[in-house]
Write a protein that binds this ligand. Structure first.
Ligand code: FAQ
Length: 307
C-alpha cells in the first residue's frame, strides 16, 4: 500500500541511494524532476543559438571545428536530458510544445546576444564554468537517470570551458583591439552568469524541498559563491577586470565578496523581456514547424518496422 511505498522512498532518499524509473515516487518529486530536467534540456537546445550564430563567421578553420563540436555537444546534452524526462512519463514533443508556448522555462543566460567572437570565448569560460559549478553536484542527484546523464554532460562541459578560456587567452595575447573585445564581452556576461544560479535562497521557492529530496545538493547562493571564488583568480590570470567594484577578498573566510545583483533584471529576462527572448523562441518554433515532415517520416518508418 501507499504508506509502505512512501516509507521505502523515504528510506532510499535517507540512505542516499538512487530512485529509479520503476520505483514508486511521490507526485511532487516526479513533477519537480520533470520541471527541472525539462528546463535544463530546453536550455541546452536554446543554448545552441547564441554560439551557433558564429558558426559561419568563425575566424579560422580550427575555431570553426571547435565551435561546431561544442554546439553539437549541446544538442546531445538536450537529447540525454529529454530521455531522462521520458523515464518519468514525460513526452518529448509535448515538452518542446510547452517551451515554444512559454509554459516551461529555459535558462535566462541564453537571452543575451553574442556581439563579437570574444563572446564565444566568454560563454565557454563563464557560462560553461557556471554550468559546471551547478551541475557537478547534480551527478549525485537522487534520481538515477538524471544523475547518470549529468556525468557525461559535465565531462563535455569541462572541454567547453577550457576551449573558451584558451580562446580568450589567445585573444589577450593579440592586439589592443582584441583585448578590448574580450573586456567588453566580460563586462556584458559577468552579471548574467551570476544570475544563472537562480534567485537568492530566501526567494527560491523550490530549493528547500528539492534539497530535502536530494534532487539539488546545494542552495543557489552557495553555488554562486563557489563560482565567484573560482572565477576571480581565472580573471586575474587572463588579465581582465570583472565589472564589480565591490569584489573584495574576505581574508578570514577565503571568499570573494561581490556587489548587489540586479534581481529585477533576472525577473525581466525570465518573464520574456530579455534582449533576445522573442528571437530565440521564434527560431525554435520555426525549427519544429519546418522540420515536422522529418519527424512524421521517421515516426511512420518506425511504426512500419514495429508492426
Ligand atoms: N533562468 O526556486 P528556484 C547549460 C526559475 S546551463 C530561468 O530557485 P530551482 C549549459 C526556476 O525554474 C543552464 N529561470 O528554482 C550550456 C523557478 O521557476 P519555476 C541550464 C530560472 O529549480 C552552456 C523559479 O525561477 N542549467 O544549459 C533561473 O530550485 C553553454 C524559482 O527558482 C540547468 O538548468 C534562470 N537562471 O533552481 C549550454 C541546471 N533561475 O520552474 C549551452 C539544472 C531560476 O518554478 C551553452 N537546474 N529560475 O516556474 C537547476 O539547477 C535549477 O533548476 C536552478 C533553479 C538552479 C536553475
Amino acid at each position: 500500500d501507499e504508506t509502505a511505498l512512501r516509507q521505502q522512498f523515504e528510506a532510499t532518499i535517507a540512505a542516499d541511494h538512487r530512485i529509479e524509473p520503476r520505483d514508486w515516487m511521490p507526485e511532487g518529486y516526479r513533477k519537480t524532476l520533470v520541471r527541472q530536467i525539462a528546463q535544463h534540456a530546453h536550455s541546452e537546445i536554446i543554448g545552441m543559438q547564441p554560439e551557433g550564430d558564429w558558426l559561419l563567421a568563425a575566424p579560422s578553420l580550427r575555431r570553426k571545428a571547435v565551435l561546431l563540436a561544442k554546439v553539437q555537444d549541446e544538442a546531445g546534452h538536450g537529447m540525454y536530458l529529454y530521455s531522462a524526462a521520458e523515464t518519468l512519463g514525460a513526452d518529448r514533443a509535448d515538452l518542446t510544445d510547452k517551451l515554444i508556448e512559454r509554459r516551461q522555462k529555459y535558462s535566462s543566460i541564453f537571452n543575451y546576444p553574442t556581439l563579437t567572437y570574444a563572446d564565444v570565448g566568454v560563454i565557454g569560460w563563464l557560462v560553461d564554468g557556471a554550468a559546471i559549478c551547478n551541475q557537478v553536484p547534480l551527478c549525485r542527484s537522487s534520481y538515477g537517470p538524471y544523475a547518470r546523464a549529468m556525468i557525461r554532460i559535465c565531462k563535455e562541459e569541462s572541454f567547453h570551458q577550457r576551449q573558451g578560456y584558451e580562446l580568450l587567452m589567445t585573444m589577450m595575447r593579440g592586439t589592443d583591439a582584441q583585448r578590448a573585445m574580450v573586456q567588453d564581452a566580460v563586462d556584458r556576461w559577468w552579471w548574467p552568469s551570476l544570475m544563472m544560479f537562480g534567485p537568492p535562497d530566501e526567494e527560491s521557492p523550490n530549493s528547500a524541498q528539492s534539497m530535502a529530496w536530494g534532487i539539488k545538493r546545494h542552495g543557489n547562493d552557495e553555488l554562486r559563491q563557489r563560482f565567484v571564488d573560482m572565477s576571480v583568480p581565472q580573471a586575474q590570470a587572463l588579465g581582465v577586470t570583472l565589472p564589480d567594484p565591490d569584489l573584495t577578498l574576505d581574508e578570514a573566510g577565503g571568499h570573494w565578496r561581490f556587489g548587489a545583483i540586479d534581481w529585477s533584471e533576472l525577473q525581466r529576462v525570465i518573464s520574456g523581456q530579455g534582449p533576445c527572448n522573442a528571437e530565440r523562441i521564434a527560431r525554435r518554433r520555426a525549427a519544429r514547424d519546418d522540420n515536422a515532415w522529418v519527424t512524421e517520416a521517421a515516426s511512420a518508418y518506425a511504426a512500419k518496422h514495429a508492426s
